[in-house]
Ligand binder design. Structure first.
Ligand SMILES: Nc1ncnc2c1ncn2[C@@H]1O[C@H](COP(=O)(O)OP(=O)(O)OP(=O)(O)O)[C@@H](O)[C@H]1O
Ligand SMILES: [Mg+2]
Length: 275
């Protein structure tokens, strides 16, 4: 996997995407272009939010950066290494909660370590530490179905943190939560993020969430997803959602998204008609 000294760009960054394209089922009649020409650099410790219409390739981009899928064109780098396989340095929290219902909370959290053959006592200690960072030590020995939706998402965050990743990839982690729990989870995530020093790449459909969290918001076009614009947010956190600055940012992001969402819907309707 090593780095190539002749490549023309710095790979000190947490994530470097150059010319990324992804066509699912390429060279088949079902070929489907999801992403085109994505260039994106994420700095160490940066919080970047991806915003874009449904089906524009946001989850696809996270899979590529996680090393779970191969891109069809371009290259991805993370801290000196070209991304070709998954790595514990890059943890993905999936769009759908993916806890194992038959394992206790602590076993879910330390699952990645058990694959690596780490002894049970150490796994339990790591799980305890990660769960304490999400305020859920008491739930160590419970099963996921004994927890609320918000708690389950915190377990998913703890599981990602247990691997001490340098890059945390989060795919709409709070989408299923009610508004109040979601706001709490956002505050909590900002604390965890500050403590961990990791870079976060966070997908959401919520403009409010993007404005609350991001150092930069990357707005995607409709499929094939390309970067339409990148909006930096240089405001201290916690941010007052009712401040004129946040209001102006919401207006700007809504405007940037509107046309793309309309285009995505029109395309999905056309696809449904043609089968
Ligand atoms: N495994 C797959 N095989 C084939 N096509 C896929 C696969 N996964 C996603 N796609 C297609 O790629 C496109 C992008 O999908 P993706 O899941 O990345 O979108 P998204 O931006 O995350 O959407 P959403 O906001 O609805 O989660 C879609 O048109 C989808 O149908
Ligand atoms: Mg998605």
């Amino acid at each position: 996997m090593g780095s190539d000294p002749f490549l023309p760009y710095s790979s000190k960054d947490a994530v470097v995407c150059r010319g990324i394209g992804k066509t699912w089922a390429i060279d088949t009649p079902r070929a489907h272009e999801a992403l085109r020409d994505v260039d994106l650099d994420i700095r160490p410790g940066e919080f970047v939010v991806l915003l874009g219409p449904s089906g524009c390739g946001k989850s696809t981009l996270l899979y590529l950066i996680a090393g779970l899928e191969a891109q069809t064109s371009g290259q991805i780098w993370s801290f000196h290494d070209e991304v070709t396989t998954p790595s514990p340095d890059r943890s993905l929290i999936f769009q759908e909660t993916s806890l194992f219902p038959w394992l206790a909370v602590w076993q879910n959290v330390s699952f990645g370590l058990s694959i690596r053959g780490v002894p049970l006592k150490e796994r339990r200690a790591v799980a305890r530490d990660a769960l304490s960072r999400v305020g859920l030590v008491e739930a160590m020995d419970k099963r996921p179905d004994e927890l609320s939706g918000g708690m389950r998402q915190r377990v998913a965050v703890a599981r990602a943190l247990a691997m001490r990743p340098k890059v945390l990839l989060m795919d709409e982690p709070f989408a299923a939560l009610d508004v109040q729990t979601r706001a709490k989870m956002q505050d909590f995530l900002l604390d965890v993020w500050r403590d961990s020093g990791a870079s976060v790449l966070f997908v959401t459909h919520s403009i409010d969430e993007a404005v609350a969290l991001a150092d930069r918001v990357v707005v995607f076009t409709s499929r094939p997803g390309r970067i339409k614009t990148i909006v930096p947010i240089d405001l201290p956190r916690p941010r007052d959602p009712f401040s004129p600055q946040c209001e102006a940012l919401r207006r700007l992001l809504t405007e940037e998204l509107r046309g793309e969402v309309d285009r995505a819907f029109a395309e999905q309707e056309a696809l449904a008609r043609t089968g």
